[in-house]
Design a protein. Structure first.
Ligand SMILES: Nc1ccn([C@@H]2O[C@H](COP(=O)(O)OP(=O)(O)OP(=O)(O)O)[C@@H](O)[C@H]2O)c(=O)n1
Ligand SMILES: C[C@](O)(CO)[C@H](O)COP(=O)(O)O
Length: 246
């Protein structure tokens, strides 16, 4: 970025330090190839596709910060986007916190986006940014309705039958994606004050008692978690190539 560029107001933190155990043996998940390009590079491009995002902080496996830096230099982001790489932690929460610690003072709005959701469309990213900047709520999540009926069970964990405790009303349920968007001060406070297991950043903000709102997500923002998700991701990329005419 040129010296004259204005300081970043909106930044994206990309936690990419996970191993990808559920994906099976191989390279760390964020470095797996999708359509010939590492998953992390797709995720960085998805964030920098938004004109609002001028800084991306990638949180890398702590033993491979230099390798991730070299990889991102090989696949440069648009010139108007700065990309920092910092070491991650043992949990997603810890990795996000380390990404937040690296943000410059100028940043007021933060997106947190899983490297494992490489194909989120830019319209979804922009919708989240706009909703945060509108000031309606300090935390915004993209979310999609569920296709399956959901049961609450008493988990057994060993493959034996699990007692069903209830069936939440499906119309009130959403599957939550990323990027999740936040007023920076609120997210930093959540990461400082909330401890214990939380699976997403908005969940931490909810625990502060601060309002969180959901905006429409996108089916292509799915998380690459299990081997079949890689097949779907390759299919989405192939369809995009056909639609883009190359
Ligand atoms: N210590 C960790 C764990 C996860 N993540 C990141 O958080 C995102 C969502 O996590 P998930 O999909 O669960 O990835 P993994 O933890 O890698 O997957 P698994 O649980 O299968 O090992 C991923 O981009 C992952 O790299 C991270 O930065 N640091
Ligand atoms: C943040 C997240 O992607 C929202 O759906 C999800 O909670 C991450 O969960 P994971 O267990 O780290 O995959």
């Amino acid at each position: 970025m040129s010296d004259a560029a204005p300081p970043a107001r909106t930044a994206a933190v990309i936690p990419a330090a996970g191993r990808g155990v559920r994906l099976g043996p191989g390279a760390p998940k964020a470095l797996r190839m999708l359509g010939g390009t590492p998953m992390l590079v797709h995720a960085v491009r998805a964030m920098s596709a938004s004109r609002a995002v001028s800084l991306v902080v990638v949180v890398a496996p702590p033993d491979d910060v230099a390798g991730v830096r070299a990889l991102l230099d090989e696949y440069p982001a648009p010139e108007r986007t700065d990309v920092l790489v910092v070491p991650g932690g043992a949990t997603r929460q810890e990795s996000v916190r380390r990404g937040l610690d690296a943000l410059p003072d100028s940043v007021t709005t933060v997106l947190v986006h899983d490297a494992a959701r490489p194909l989120v469309p830019v319209d979804t990213v922009d919708a989240v940014v706009e909703a945060v900047r509108d000031g309606g709520a300090p935390a915004v999540v993209p979310a999609v309705p569920l296709a399956d009926t959901v049961k609450e069970v008493e988990p057994a964990g060993d493959g034996t039958p699990e007692p069903v405790l209830g069936t939440p009303e499906r119309a009130r349920l959403r599957a939550v994606q990323t990027p999740q968007g936040f007023d920076r001060a609120t997210l930093v406070r959540a990461h400082r004050e909330i401890t214990g297991e939380v699976t997403d950043d908005a969940g931490m903000v909810e625990r502060l008692g601060v309002p969180v709102v959901a905006v429409p997500g996108h089916e292509e923002a799915f998380k690459v978690t299990r081997p079949l998700d890689l097949v779907l991701a390759e299919a989405v990329l192939a369809r995009r190539r056909v639609n883009d005419g190359f």
